[in-house]
Ligand binder design. Sequence first.
Ligand code: GLU
Length: 472
Amino acid sequence: MRTRFAPSPTGGLHLGGARTALYCWAHARRCRGEFLLRIEDTDQSRSRPEFERSIIESLEWLGLQPDEEPLRQSQRGEHYQAAAEQLLEEGHAYRCYATVEELTQLRNEQIARGEKPRYDRRWRDSSDPAPAGRSHVLRFATPLEGSAVIDDVIRGRVEVANRELDDPVIVRADGSPTYNFACVVDDLACQITDVIRGEDHLSNSLRQLHIASALGAKPVRHAHLPLIMAAAVDDDGQLRIDEAGNTIYEKMSKRNCAVDLAVWREEGYLPEAMINYLAQLGWTNSEREVYGSKELSEKFELARVHKSAARFDPERLKWLNRQHLRSLPAAEISRLAGVAAPDAAIELACEQAHTITELQTELSYFSEDAQIPLAAFAKHAPQERRAAIAQFAGKLAGLESFSADAIKKELTACCQSQQLKFRQLAMPLRTALTGRENTPDICLIASLLGKSQVGLRLQRALQSATEGAQPD
Ligand code: GLU
């Protein structure tokens, strides 16, 4: 069993593409077959080396390593040429000299008659001599009788009468191969047995069947993956809802979703969570919701991929990311976040954070040289309360044990003696130490920061509040 992922480097790795790559990889692992990568860069005007690099990097990040060196279509021109000559010689392809003007006119006439526009095969059996000075394309002579049949692993049997298919261009006037042609030549050359790709390629697959069989290929197994939908947004980026107040879904695109995987990576998502989420975009592991590549490579079954469209749900992805984040050892989290913090601080930050980026924010106030913004402190430390805060700071400095419990006890005692509510001292403490109004247990944070940092930060905050309050 050999399968391939064949992205076009006209952009980074798209979420939909990443799911296709994952299913190809998982299917290959499960069947103990091979997973190949092919860069479909024949469209010179839209393909870019930086996109190719980005795709390969994203695949590496996900851990989806191909089993062989990637193939580049731009380096395989001679193979397409040889295959085209073979088809021409054997009568499976013919030269078509129709001009763009003629084809446009044909199209307009067909539309005016209410017919489906398509090439009328005018050069297929023509014995006219080649018009002088005119360039030509090569078209594939699709059989006129019979039908094209795909026994799709996911969708079941798909059959279309050959009469419904046209004669696709296989080589352009400039000699370059079209997608449908290059794809078949390469699948054959690489002995691909299983073709897994998006449902939007179904009509291409039907066309490719005939080209493949004319080239003498054995039939491949096909699996067309369901579309991915995302919540529709209007021009201002607002979610669209229908009359009943339900979210409207539309095909996932750049417009309604951050489709490039590199963006998610930068935002601090973990590859394990991405794998887990992409796996669930069309396939269900009956045993567990949170799992990784290993389980996927053991249990994935192409035949159990859902037929209906999948819905992209960023909240669920976020939730899964949090689950994976929390399952990592503290040292690993600290390495990923690039912040040195005590294990207990990391554990605490993980209660709040969903992503590495959020974790960095949560951990930022643990660093000794953290710049704590003091605007929130100014709000929670009005002048009449500053003496009480200073007194509390003094009590903290005198504590023997700087445990969270001891700090809490002192905080409660100070509130009682000053006739303040708990939060009237807790909020100044929280904002002085972290610059933020929402954090996990502030007594725990204080104890993790240690007595001297807490003293320093309280003093700094009080001083800045006093200076800020003075008239210029
Ligand atoms: N280059 C095509 C794409 O990116 C490949 C489709 C395929 O044959 O798998 O959609």
